[in-house]
Design a protein around this ligand. Structure first.
Ligand code: HEM
Length: 108
């Protein structure tokens, strides 16, 4: 959500917005505009037309977006690796005698 204050009177979609009015903009709603995006509610990591507003726009556009994109790439790659049980210890009981399995590590 973005917050702004209008600098001049404006008319938008039948609503009058006086100068000095405080406004909130829902970026998530803009990102689901069917006129701007094909299948707007579908998660498509390889969208071609993708002028989304997640990081804002204009002078205050997010300067951290390259870092955020990198973090997301690392997280998606890490979470898509298979997690494998490398060792099953005490398959019938844990150290307190409770039944069950204990995983001791993962492998990518
Ligand atoms: C998924 C992660 C992130 C999202 C969705 C996001 C989103 C946004 C948005 C929408 C704005 C614009 C706000 C406005 O116009 O009022 C913004 C601004 C900003 N973001 Fe991010 N951001 C993210 C990550 C980061 C990171 C990782 C950093 C820094 C390391 C960062 C630093 C900033 C700063 C300093 C501004 C203010 C820019 C200005 O006012 O000129 N953001 N962010």
């Amino acid at each position: 959500m973005l917050a702004r204050v209008s600098t001049q009177d404006a008319d938008l979609h039948g609503r009058h917005i006086p100068a000095g009015e405080r406004m909130l903009f829902l970026l998530a709603a803009a990102n689901r505009d069917a006129d701007a995006f094909e299948d707007p509610v579908q998660v498509k990591l390889d969208r071609r037309r993708n002028a989304h507003l997640t990081f804002g726009s204009g002078a205050h556009r997010c300067p951290g977006s390259p870092l955020a994109r990198l973090e997301m790439r690392v997280a998606l790659e890490a979470s898509s690796r298979p997690f494998v049980l490398t060792q099953i210890v005490n398959a019938s009981a844990d150290s307190a005698g409770r039944p069950g399995l204990r995983c001791t590590g993962g492998r990518s």
